[in-house]
Design a protein around this ligand. Structure first.
Ligand code: MN
Length: 420
């Protein structure tokens, strides 16, 4: 259950490239291919990106396929995975300095070099253990600044500060995709994402003790950074996020780095912001939750947070409709399950939600705006949408592009007979 076991590079770049723009440029060019960079200027580590570059690859990593994905995750969610303590931890083979890591600078106006595939592990005496994915900007050889949205890690951090303490963290980079997926999954507080990763994989996940903090990390990660979140704040951003536009600058907590470790021949995982890989890791962990909620009001067949919608803002849901009220109930359920969503399209199950052309076809031929649109004003949306208000408030639209039950006949799809 390791990163390197999963990694199957389709493109290997032998030429020595710079961490500033050069690697990002190649990752951008080959967005649907896993790329391995064998030589990186200023670092002994190799770099890999686009490791999970398609929906199929993500499903393969989770031990399922595109058809089975929603059910597979729903079942794993009911189980509690197993964590195994081990002394054999390749990730501690070498100690190095933060500045020796090949952290990339991606886009022209980004504030600097950003860690984008770091799973941040922390513990709270009452709230339990937590693993979540956060971007981190390198400030110098001993400090990072981390973006904390107000979810679990933020609560751990706030509680530590209230006790007058710093919050110990361990950042694992280069983990199996199931670990990244689970860490990006919106589980409830108190459920440990790494156990969920093991449940998804149906295999125990091996953890090893950290060296400088009292936490445990995946033993076969490629890189681990140990440190603590202090009361010190620093400007974070601009950073290019899923939309490919610059997220704003905010004051965020500083991570004081206590130790950096890696495998002997470590491969550093870099997720290019706004790439397919980034959108898949943001969006796919939300789809099973949308499925769960929407399934309470209709027979749901498939759910997609589409690539064009940045894996975040557009949801398409295919249902087996049995009453005219269902599409509106589904629209409402999706908005609740994923409050960042802005447009929801509900289609019949003959429409492939992963095909932009089929979705457009359904809107073109099955949707009447004065009858089938649900408009929301001044709703809570995503701060990542540059068209939303500064406060994150936004208009939203639900589109019922299902065939009215009474009118099925008019929508019969013509076929060409096999013989005359
Ligand atoms: Mn959590």
């Amino acid at each position: 259950m390791s990163f390197r076991e999963f990694l199957k590079p389709e493109v290997v770049v032998e030429e020595e490239l710079s961490t500033e723009y050069e690697i990002a440029r190649v990752l951008h060019r080959y967005q649907e291919k896993a790329v391995l960079f064998s030589r990186v200027r200023g670092s002994e580590l190799r770099v890999a990106g686009n490791v999970v570059a398609s929906r199929e690859a993500m499903c393969r990593a989770l031990g399922t396929n595109v058809e089975g994905f929603l059910e597979h995750v729903a079942m794993a969610r009911e189980r509690r995975g197993e964590l195994l303590k081990t002394e054999d931890a390749p990730v501690y083979q070498r100690a190095l300095r933060l500045e020796e890591l090949p952290v990339l600078k991606h886009y022209a106006k980004d504030a600097g070099r950003y860690i984008t595939a770091g799973v941040v592990i922390a513990e709270d005496e009452e709230l339990g253990r937590n693993a979540s994915v956060h971007r981190m900007l390198v400030l110098d050889d001993r400090r990072l600044v981390i973006r904390l949205v107000e979810r679990h890690l933020h609560a751990f951090y706030t509680r530590a500060l209230e006790r007058g303490e710093a919050l110990e963290v361990a950042v694992a980079i280069g983990v199996h995709p199931a670990v990244l997926f689970a860490s990006a999954y919106p589980l409830e507080m108190g459920r440990y994402e790494l156990e969920f990763a093991s449940a998804l994989m149906r295999r125990p996940l091996k953890l090893a003790d950290c060296r400088k903090v009292s936490l445990q990390v995946p033993a076969d990660a490629e890189v681990v950074i140990e440190g603590r979140l202090t009361a010190e704040m620093h400007e974070e951003g601009p950073f290019t996020d899923i939309t490919g536009t610059y997220d704003s600058v905010r004051m965020q907590p500083v991570v004081e780095v206590l130790g950096v470790y890696c495998r002997e021949d470590a491969i550093y995982h870099a997720i290019l912001p706004a790439s397919r890989e980034h959108r898949l890791f943001m969006g796919m962990p939300r789809e099973p939750e949308i499925y769960r909620r929407a399934s309470q009001v209709a027979r749901v067949r498939q759910v997609a947070l589409t690539h064009g919608g940045c894996g975040w803002l557009h949801a398409a849901v295919a249902i087996e409709k049995s009453s005219e009220e269902e599409p509106r109930r589904v629209i409402e359920a999706v908005m609740q399950a994923h409050p960042s969503v802005k447009h929801v399209v509900v289609v019949d199950s003959d429409v492939d939600v992963f095909s932009p052309e089929e979705l457009e076809f359904a809107i073109a031929t099955r949707f009447q705006a004065d009858r089938d649109a649900v408009l929301y004003r001044n709703a809570k949306g995503s701060s990542l949408d540059p068209s939303a208000q500064k406060s994150g408030r936004t208009a939203k639209l639900g589109i019922d592009a299902t065939i009215p039950l009474e009118e099925r006949e008019a929508h019969e799809r013509a076929v060409i007979p096999k013989r005359r």
